[in-house]
Design a binder for this molecule. Structure first.
Ligand SMILES: [Zn+2]
Length: 313
């Protein structure tokens, strides 16, 4: 069906967010430009023509490496924000609000893709803190021209049919997190990120996501051999035990998924893949957290991943 008129894409609503929650490209560029302790590479270009950056930090010689990926989904701004807070810790010993994270040691090496899907980040609000679950539902799958939530939740979409092209998609409507065939990757964002990780081969790659529930880990496991699965389970046990000590109310079960491109880090880089679902901070959820609580829990997960890879060597 032809769309009878072209509707201009509007900028998303902007919610006022704290300085330690960088969510816009001017802030991203500012932080990357001043990160002289890191190497910043242009690793690819999104479907919409935006630069995708890979950031590496070299720790001591032969150190284990942690991989971090944020911003696969545009409506999950805490992922990029966390990556930039980690970059701050590596350079200055503190995150962007001044908190020290002794577990994120500069002995370690890092390979970071702060914003995998910049097209989606550009379309999405800065934050959902203090809003409702219903507000996110207009942005994850997106909204069609008749004002309904897109119901093709596992498929690619035609952007011309969307009033709001959802945060799951790049500008050509690729559902970037449903790319699970390593020989047939169509989204340039996923291809660039996998190549970057293949070049650096982190021990673990943590992918940062968010949802309307309690903090939760997900084990992506398509094609994962037994040895990697055991390390992945041990990593989850390590994080959940630490969360219990810190009284951070994580969901105790760890769902397993074979439908996520997150699985591909093992195929391309021999890395143990792990996915963290942060709370979005919406009011009608089990974790109606503030920006500070959200970032602190994300940084806690990164810190525990760092401790785990240090202990593994
Ligand atoms: Zn997500």
């Amino acid at each position: 069906m032809m769309v009878d008129r072209i509707r201009p894409r509007r900028l998303p609503p902007r919610i006022s967010t704290p300085d330690f929650w960088p969510a816009t490209f001017d802030r991203f560029d500012e932080i990357l430009a001043s990160a002289s302790h890191c190497q910043v590479e242009h690793i690819g270009t999104s479907a919409g023509g935006r630069a995708i950056h890979g950031v590496t930090y070299r720790g001591r010689s032969g150190a284990p490496m942690v991989g971090l990926v944020g911003g696969m989904h545009g409506h999950e701004p805490q992922g990029p924000a966390t990556c930039f807070n980690v970059i701050s810790v590596l350079g200055y010993g503190r995150d962007l609000k001044g908190t020290a994270w002794p577990g994120i040691v500069d002995d370690l090496s890092f390979a970071i893709v702060p914003v995998l899907n910049p097209d989606a980040r550009a379309r999405m609000p800065n934050s959902f803190v203090g809003l409702a679950t219903q507000d996110i539902l207009h942005y994850d799958a997106g909204m069609t021209h008749d004002g309904r939530r897109n119901d093709a939740v596992d498929d690619d979409v035609d952007p011309s049919e969307m009033m709001i092209l959802g945060g799951w998609y790049n500008d050509t409507g690729d559902h970037v997190n449903r790319e699970t065939d390593p020989d047939n990757i169509s989204a340039p964002e996923v291809a660039a990120t996998m190549q970057f990780m293949a070049n650096h081969r982190p021990d673990v790659v943590l992918e940062l996501h968010a949802h309307a529930g309690a903090p939760m880990l997900i084990r992506p496991d398509a094609g994962l051999p037994e040895e990697a699965r055991k390390r992945q389970e041990a990593l989850c046990d390590h994080i959940l035990a630490a969360a219990a000590r810190e009284e951070i109310p994580f969901r105790q079960d760890v769902p397993v998924s074979d439908r996520l491109s997150t699985c591909l880090y093992h195929h391309f880089a021999d890395s143990v893949p792990l996915l963290y679902e942060s709370p979005q901070g919406v009011l009608d959820s089990e974790a109606a957290w503030s920006h500070e609580e959200i970032i602190d829990a994300c940084m806690f997960v990164v810190s525990e991943v760092c401790e785990f890879v240090m202990a593994e060597r």
